[in-house]
Design a protein. Structure first.
Length: 310
């Protein structure tokens, strides 16, 4: 594998590369092989090559919403560094803006609110990249706002390297869901229809959302985001529970503050696990197993991970 990759990509390939700093949970892990994708052409070359040569690959964006349970990620880790932004068209009421998948969400929010474009302002403080946010259909709940709401069309790639465009309907966005989770297709870039509004009003919404995040969630620490999806309304009614909140269930099961190695369940929000130091994958696995088994035993509910488990 090393010979194949080095022959195709030369010095761009790094072996046994430490990728711990690229995860918001700061997992101690390495990539067997590592490369950065800077453009659509890069993506096509990498994906087509790995497909032909049957080399497994893992996509790394902003490193949030990921729980790595191994010391080495095998095959090729592709870090998405594709950054592009351009106006496709605009009217008096809105702007259609093309944004690439490697764009950090923090920059998406800053640049669109500065320009007086509404659609992303409630997502200030959301870690990761636009590509990951579309894949997960990341949300904000006060008011309800999904990253996929303003998508008009997206450019995607299958696992053989074939690129095509699809309208928003194709993505089948729902709670914590896009169709890409099932197809494993890669979101490369998208056109978003953003309403023109007063920049100061947008910045205030963004800052209010960020303040609420800081008040209700652990902030400025090593965490992968919410670990588990909230349960469905049907599960809530079936088990006669007062809420659909996974954090509430974990809290009332007595797990707030529980620690496994360097990992601890947050005292501020029980659906967050914090890495307080050199957290080891095996300790995180113990933590996740304990939470799921405890909730199953106490409430009869099977929690489903919101994070991508690797």
């Amino acid at each position: 594998m090393e010979e194949q990759l080095k022959k195709q990509f030369g010095e761009r390939i790094k072996k046994d590369f430490n990728i711990s700093p690229y995860f918001t949970l700061k997992m101690q892990t390495k990539a067997e092989f590592y490369i950065e994708a800077l453009s659509i052409d890069d993506w096509k070359e990498i994906v087509q090559f790995t497909s032909i040569n049957k080399i497994p690959f893992f996509i790394l964006g902003g490193g949030s919403n990921i729980a790595v349970l191994r010391n080495v990620i095998p095959g090729l880790v592709v870090r998405n560094r594709y950054m592009k932004k351009e106006i496709v068209q605009e009217t008096e009421e809105y702007t259609d803006l093309l944004l690439s998948s490697g764009y950090p969400m923090s920059l998406v929010v800053k640049e669109t609110t500065d320009a007086g474009l509404s659609g992303f302002e409630y997502h200030l403080g959301l870690p990761g990249t636009l590509g990951g946010a579309i894949f997960m259909n990341s949300k904000w709940t006060k008011p309800v706002s999904y990253v996929g709401d303003s998508l008009v069309e997206g450019t995607i790639m299958d696992r053989e390297g074939n690129v095509r465009r699809e309208k928003r309907e194709y993505f089948s966005f729902a709670y914590d869901y896009s169709r890409l989770q099932d197809t494993r297709e890669i979101f490369l870039e998208g056109v978003f229809r953003l309403r023109k509004e007063d920049p100061d009003a947008l910045k205030k919404r963004a800052q209010d959302s960020l303040a609420y995040r800081k008040e209700t969630q652990p902030f400025g620490v090593a965490t992968g985001g919410c670990f588990f999806q909230n349960i469905s309304q049907e599960e809530k009614e079936l088990h006669n529970l007062p809420t659909t909140s996974a954090g509430y269930l974990i809290d009332h099961a007595g797990l707030k503050g529980h620690q496994e190695g360097a990992f601890v369940v947050s005292d501020k929000h029980a659906n967050f696990v914090i890495n307080t130091g050199q957290g080891k994958p095996e300790d995180l696995q113990k933590m996740l197993n304990l939470i799921k088994s405890t909730i199953k035993e106490k409430y009869g509910v099977d929690l489903k991970e919101e994070v991508q488990v690797v």
